[in-house]
Design a protein around this ligand. Structure first.
Ligand SMILES: Cc1cc2nc3c(=O)[nH]c(=O)nc-3n(C[C@H](O)[C@H](O)[C@H](O)COP(=O)(O)OP(=O)(O)OC[C@H]3O[C@@H](n4cnc5c(N)ncnc54)[C@H](O)[C@@H]3O)c2cc1C
Length: 472
């Protein structure tokens, strides 16, 4: 393969490694010859993550960025030695698990060493009394969930990318699964953790239910996206596999009615594992075949757990929907969602139509949730070339919600797809920040959002930077 046939997008800040054979030899000493590669085919395979725009680029013969080496370590000590070497030689290191991140965090924009975590794939221990599982960070999500299910448990963390993501990737960017209303986000599930810090020190956080032994330093590292350390092992909460699941769906005349009904359900301390509100456009897209949902806003619920509690939760959820103008739509819409919930062919096929498509998830308190939805829709529509902006609400808390917007458009002639993409992103993030929301609910910061960090964090961002600098 001739790399010169491809256009490289991120090339300006590439770190030049002067003596590549020497570095390769030293990496081989650490992890063995079979666990280091600078073969063209491997280098090419790690040029991007799953950011949708990258697929447009691939079709256009463009490459995001190229690493110099791929390494597949097997122990924290090996990671430690790799990081010490990289510090000595000033070579960038990018942790990479399954590459399903969608904000560009695993793209090797400065070149350097891709540190692939896939060999950290052992499920080490289930503790039934403590309700915990200890697992190596590179373990694939679906492998973990299947293993737990076979033993009578669930991990409760079921992202749409379950088949293509890892425990370490979830922790790295504070992921949220589809069943988060009951089980929480990943930061609610991590009980203990092992990490390798940038200078190579290996640290462990004790597994404990609660403590009062100083600040919660372990939580500080959750969401660091590889910038403050590499997660090698974690102990996570687990739950007994649900005895019963109740599938419930209601269509509402307005978006506001649907938000009000779900807010009231949570206020009564009822936590259906899954709640999903689809705005009118997404209701049409996903539930166009449901007569009662025509021109309405569909909401689906799954209550799960022990039978008696599920029955009570289902009864209260139904009553609350009906009090808020909900029209019952039965189990079928939920079955439809359940069967198709990992399917992404609709969005992943859009690059072939030369459209620029992406999703942006954001966090908001209940107080301004409806208002914020309309301001994001209006803001996105104001960008020339945008032809679609829709949303669902898929993460619910007693105090707020996580929205998930999808936009699609065709760049106007004067703009490249990247410029158009960045303009839509910036417009939406600004609308969210102006309205007092948070620009990211569960996909992380990555490249798309990093420039907005000072706005999101305010003066506290200086503190984060100072802590990061302790490692340099
Ligand atoms: C179709 C699709 C659906 C998705 N659905 C969801 C969803 O429902 N919920 C959700 O939260 N996300 C979702 N995502 C995005 C999410 O970012 C990833 O799915 C996933 O959690 C990332 O894990 P990964 O193992 O693939 O990590 P990668 O993509 O390999 O890495 C992600 C980031 O974490 C860093 N990193 C990776 N491993 C480690 C480690 N061990 N230690 C430190 N840093 C590390 C990388 O450098 C990078 O910055 C979806 C993505 C796709 C493509």
């Amino acid at each position: 393969m001739n790399m010169e046939n491809f256009e490289l997008i991120y090339k300006d800040n590439r770190v030049i490694i002067k003596d590549k054979p020497k570095i390769k030899a030293r990496l081989s000493e650490i992890v063995g010859n079979d666990n280091v590669s600078d073969n063209e085919i491997d280098i090419l395979a790690y040029n991007k993550d799953s950011t949708l725009l990258m697929f447009n680029w691939t079709l256009e013969g463009k490459i995001a960025a190229l690493p110099d080496f791929i390494v597949w370590p097997e122990t924290p000590e090996q990671i430690s030695s790799i990081l010490r070497l990289a510090n000595e030689e000033k070579i960038p290191v990018i942790p990479f698990s399954e590459g399903s991140g969608v904000v560009g965090g695993a793209i090797p924009i400065y070149g350097g060493i891709i540190l692939d975590m896939k060999k950290f794939n052992k499920i080490l221990e289930i503790n039934d009394k403590d309700l915990t599982v200890t697992v190596e960070a590179g373990t694939n999500g679906m492998n973990l969930e299947r293993y737990l299910n076979a033993k009578g448990y669930t991990g409760g963390h079921i992202p749409q990318s379950l088949y293509t993501s890892s425990v370490g990737g979830w922790i790295a960017h504070r992921a949220a699964g589809q069943f988060s209303s009951k089980y929480g986000k990943i930061e609610d599930m991590v009980m203990g953790m092992e990490m390798v810090l940038p200078k190579g020190d290996i640290i462990k956080f004790k597994t404990i239910a609660r403590a009062s032994t100083g600040p919660q330093l372990d939580k500080f590292f959750i969401g660091n996206e590889g910038t403050l350390g590499i997660v090698t092992k974690a102990t996570l909460k687990i739950w007994p596999y649900p005895e019963k699941r109740a599938f419930i769906s209601y269509a509402f005349p307005t978006f506001e009615d649907s938000l009000e009904a779900t807010r009231q359900i949570l206020r009564q301390q009822i936590y259906p594992a899954v709640i999903r509100i689809y705005d009118a456009d997404e209701t049409y897209r996903h539930f166009g075949h449901i007569e009662n949902a025509k021109d309405k806003v569909m909401v689906i619920f799954i209550c799960e757990g022990i039978e008696r509690l599920v029955d009570l939760e289902a009864t209260i959820s139904r009553e609350t929907c009906e009090r808020n103008n909900g029209i019952e739509c039965g189990e079928e819409p939920v079955e439809h969602w359940f069967e198709t919930r990992f399917r992404v062919t609709e969005t992943s096929s859009t690059p072939t139509f030369k459209m620029v498509v992406d999703t942006i998830e954001i966090g908001f308190l209940w107080d301004k949730a409806a208002e914020m939805y309309y301001s994001v829709v209006e803001a996105a529509k104001s960008v020339k070339g945008v032809i679609m902006i829709t949303a669902h609400v898929s993460h619910f808390y007693p105090n707020g919600v996580g929205f998930y917007f999808t936009f699609a458009g065709v760049p106007p002639k004067e703009k490249s797809d990247f410029q158009f993409y960045q303009e839509v992103w910036n417009t939406i993030v600004k609308a969210v920040e102006d309205a007092g929301g948070s620009f990211g609910h569960h996909h992380g910061v990555g490249m798309n959002r990093s420039k907005w960090m000072p706005v999101e964090w305010g003066k506290a961002f200086e503190t984060l930077k100072a802590i990061k600098n302790l490692n340099e």
